[in-house]
Ligand binder design. Structure first.
Ligand SMILES: Cc1ncc(COP(=O)(O)O)c(C=O)c1O
Length: 440
């Protein structure tokens, strides 16, 4: 992996608030105080120590497309594809169980790598199929009484929201959506109030760090400080943040964290993971068990497995899990602090360029914006924009209100175009998007 550079030399990037607070600065230009368009024609990310050319050479897809759909599924480095295919090949050659035995160390390494990525023990990692299943395994482990309150945010992802609605319908628990602050992110003062005051007891805080539908970054660590102080469990959906932002579960202060492989971690599809803190895991029973998450100890008895393994199932995509480990290694090799900085710089540059285009409105809200950039184009619907861009080999996504029911309707939004950048994108990728939009 030639893109590696020494670790630990960079602090957390400083992402500055927009001048003048939420109403200041150009709309949607994020935290960069420069005027819209000022970066045009200049190379971005000049201060970041990532070898972007090498990262692109490591990523065959870069030769074919300007991939700005990293919040959907990022382009994989070749080393990840090789790890997956290598294992599939061994399965074909010697048998699936035998290949898994042979790959025992590589499988164990995936837990170690995720532990390093998130700052936790490998025994606190469960490997599952995707972020939704990770979230569900934690969420459905809690039992709720009528009147119990589940606190969540306006940024909530559709799958999490419908799980909450189902549990509320079954149990009589109440879902409370915490107010936004002036920037559009979760209002920690309102959360603090709701943690201690309400019609019933607050039982769980379950929310999304970075939503699917915009550049917002919820204040995960500030939330964690409050939940810790109140003694309320905290489940964080980090599906869109892991791999683009530096994350440490101790700093965040969450009890559970759900993530996926295929997005900003650049891993295989069909892979996901759950961080489950050792302390809380021992107190919870997963919503369903099998012969891996539990041992059948006698005709009428079973015992749950220790650690996060109790949230896993036995049968799994072994090749995918090995590929996930390779993807995490690759991300750690590039360095999460540098990734966060470069993604922020690219996204800021992109917002500035979009704002400067006639008829384009950037739709992101938040104090600290990440690599997800959303916009609309006057007179052309998001689906038509995506199609037009695809014809110019630019990949973007369309996000609809159906996946943002607590957010889009109250902002008067139906659909937006989502262009999500990653560190391996370059100026030419952004140029191609802008050129294509100009030609609409
Ligand atoms: C914020 C957020 N949470 C959860 C998910 C679900 O992830 P997965 O498809 O891996 O289950 C997504 C997927 O887009 C997402 O954007």
């Amino acid at each position: 992996m030639a893109v590696c550079r020494p670790q630990g030399t960079h602090g957390h990037p400083q992402l500055l608030p927009r001048p003048g607070g939420p109403s200041g600065g150009a709309p949607g230009t994020g935290s960069d105080p420069r005027a819209p368009g000022e970066r045009r024609g200049r190379a971005v990310a000049s201060v970041v120590g990532i070898d972007v050319d090498q990262a692109r050479r490591d990523t065959p897809g870069c030769a074919h497309v300007a991939h700005l759909n990293n919040a959907g599924a990022a382009l994989r480095p070749q080393v990840v594809t090789d790890a997956v295919i290598g294992h599939l090949q061994r399965e074909a050659e010697i048998g699936g169980y035998e290949a898994a035995d042979e790959a025992k160390d590589a499988l164990a390494h995936t837990y170690d790598a995720l532990g390093r990525l998130l700052g936790c023990s490998p025994t606190e990692i469960a490997l599952v199929e995707n972020a939704t299943r990770a979230f569900d395994m934690a969420f459905y482990s809690f039992s709720f009484e009528p009147g119990d309150r589940i606190l969540t945010s306006h940024a909530e992802y559709a799958s999490n929201a419908v799980a909450m609605l189902q549990v509320a319908r079954r149990s009589g628990a109440v879902i409370e959506v915490v107010d936004d602050d002036a920037f559009g992110q979760l209002d920690v003062a309102d959360l603090e109030r709701r943690l201690t005051r309400g019609a019933g007891p607050a039982r769980l805080v379950a929310l999304t760090h970075v939503p699917s539908q915009g550049g917002l970054v919820n204040p995960a660590a500030a939330i964690g400080r409050l939940t810790r102080a109140a003694g309320i469990p905290y489940l964080l959906d980090a599906c869109q943040s892991v791999g683009q932002l530096e994350l440490d579960v101790t700093e965040v202060g969450c009890d559970f964290l759900a993530g996926t492989g295929r997005k900003f971690l650049r891993g295989p599809r069909g892979t996901g993971f759950l961080y489950a803190s050792g302390a809380i895991t021992e107190t919870l029973e997963p919503p369903f068990v099998d012969l891996w998450s539990a041992t059948w100890t006698g005709p009428d008895t079973f015992e749950l497995a220790d650690g996060a393994r109790r949230f896993e199932t036995w049968e799994c995509d072994v090749a995918g899990r090995i590929g996930l480990g390779a993807a995490v290694d690759y991300a750690l090799g590039v360095g999460l602090a540098d990734i966060e900085l470069r993604v922020h710089e690219l996204a800021t540059a992109l917002r500035e360029r979009l704002v400067a285009l006639a008829g384009v409105t950037v739709r992101d809200r938040g104090e600290h914006l990440c690599g997800i950039v959303t916009f609309t184009v006057e007179g052309t619907g998001p689906a038509a924009v995506r199609q037009h861009l695809a014809a110019d080999a630019v990949n973007v996504h369309v996000t609809t209100a159906a996946s943002a029911q607590l957010d889009f309707p109250r902002r008067g939004l139906g659909e937006v175009v989502r262009a999500s950048v990653h560190y391996y994108n370059n100026d030419e990728d952004l140029d191609r998007l802008i050129r294509s939009l100009r030609a609409l």
